[in-house]
Ligand binder design. Structure first.
Ligand SMILES: [Mg+2]
Length: 408
């Protein structure tokens, strides 16, 4: 059974998504997510110009060989554009194999290891009171674990903090602004370090000790600042502190790790097992944050997570809305199958996105499940997709108060 057709589909139902659709000679269709937030069209070109011509006529069931062909075959390896393109192909091939064999992809990965995948939602507020409302809303929505982000006194808009919610409102913060250039935000690390521990303490006092709480520092701290923050948060027992230092500097986390027992997560910008070699083999992190979408698909992410399993490091797969429902489904099949699952991020897609992508995964009592449909379990509605044209959208850029460009 050969790949007969490969189409790259771009749709923007509130957020840009890049989808690869492969069709085999006997009419089986597979979908893959190649969305790279803010650089979507680079992946479109990589796929259309350099990958699609290689795919047509290849065997559809040689998933590992195709992955290696696209990874090792070209001179240039790794990098987010390459690995997102490989991810799109890989997911589509797993989808096809599942549909051909009549089973959900998690069965092909070894079968079910758990009843459901614990998900964490996002809660944010410009003030502590607004954050409390947002946390209550997420608990009412069924989440059993919550990431908390809060405004910093003296700063304006802070990344990760959406518009304050009213009671009962659904969290629909969209961090990428639709514009041809990114917006700019101000950042003050000292103000943040003074404020955040007081907020986490207040959240613990209000919501108790048992609720898993997560926080994302968005790569903005030095190793010493990360160590300070980790220590300050130790009494409040975070589930994890995410991305305290820039992720590409693996050795930076040695300093943080040696100074604090607060669990650490990183890696949503990392895309190959080599990016994790030090982080995992030295046990500098507790959770791997890569997505299947940005790390070479199910095959690529499984290589990372199998390596992590040897060292007792668990998964915390990236699941913001820049992961399409296809990429989310791919993550969920891994979550259910792999032994070293930790937690799954879940930002719910808006209704327009779910018109374009018909999903079969479920979220019940705080747990995600990929469902029992053969393959990944997501279908694309062409007509709905065509109604939403690509629109440039970017995450913000940070400057320190003196104007210096700062890390994410
Ligand atoms: Mg993050």
């Amino acid at each position: 059974m050969k790949i007969e057709r490969a189409e790259v589909i771009v749709t923007s139902p509130g957020r840009n998504f890049v989808t690869l659709r492969l069709t085999t000679s006997d009419g089986v269709v597979g979908l893959g997510d190649g969305t790279l937030n803010g650089r979507e069209l680079a992946v479109v070109s990589y796929l259309r110009d350099h990958v699609v011509p290689l795919l047509v006529g290849r065997e559809a069931d040689t998933i590992e060989d195709t992955w290696q062909y696209l990874y090792r075959g070209p001179y240039w390896r790794r990098g987010p554009v390459t690995m997102a393109a490989i991810a799109a192909v890989d997911m589509a091939l797993w989808d096809i194999l599942g549909k051909r064999t009549g089973v959900p992809v998690y069965q092909l990965l070894g079968g079910r290891s758990r009843r459901g995948a614990l998900a964490y939602g996002h809660a944010s507020g410009t003030t502590v009171e607004a954050l409390f409302t947002a946390i209550r809303n997420q608990l009412d929505h069924g989440f059993r674990a919550v990431r908390i982000q809060v405004g910093v006194p003296g700063l304006g808009k802070v990344y990760g903090v959406g518009t304050d919610q009213r009671a009962g409102e659904r969290y629909d913060y969209e961090p990428a602004a639709r514009s041809v250039v990114p917006v700019e935000e101000a950042w003050d690390t000292e103000a943040y370090l003074r404020h955040l521990p007081t907020v986490v303490e207040a959240v613990r006092a209000e919501f108790g000790e048992a609720l898993p709480l997560l926080h994302d520092a968005h790569h903005r701290l030095t190793p010493n600042e990360g160590a300070q923050l980790g220590r300050a948060l130790e009494p409040h027992r975070l589930f994890w502190l995410e991305d305290c230092t820039p992720a590409e500097d693996q050795e930076a986390l040695r300093r943080v790790r040696s100074q604090t027992t607060t669990p650490l997560a990183t890696g949503e910008v990392l895309n190959s097992v080599h990016d994790y070699r030090t982080l995992i083999s030295e046990r500098l992190i507790d959770y791997v944050r890569s997505s299947a979408t940005h790390a070479g698909g199910i095959t690529g992410l499984r290589k990372i997570l199998d390596f992590a399993a040897v060292y007792g490091v668990r998964s915390g797969i990236h699941g913001a809305t820049d992961i399409s429902p296809v990429g989310m489904a791919a993550a969920l099949h891994l979550d259910i199958a792999l032994h070293n699952f930790g937690i799954q991020e879940l930002m719910l897609h808006n209704e327009r996105t779910l018109e374009v992508f018909r999903t079969s995964y479920t979220f019940v009592d705080g747990l995600l499940d990929p469902g029992e449909n053969p393959g990944l379990g997501v279908e694309l509605d062409d007509e709905a997709a065509a109604a939403y044209e690509y629109t440039p959208a970017y995450l913000p850029v940070n400057r320190l108060l003196d104007g210096t460009i700062h890390d994410w």
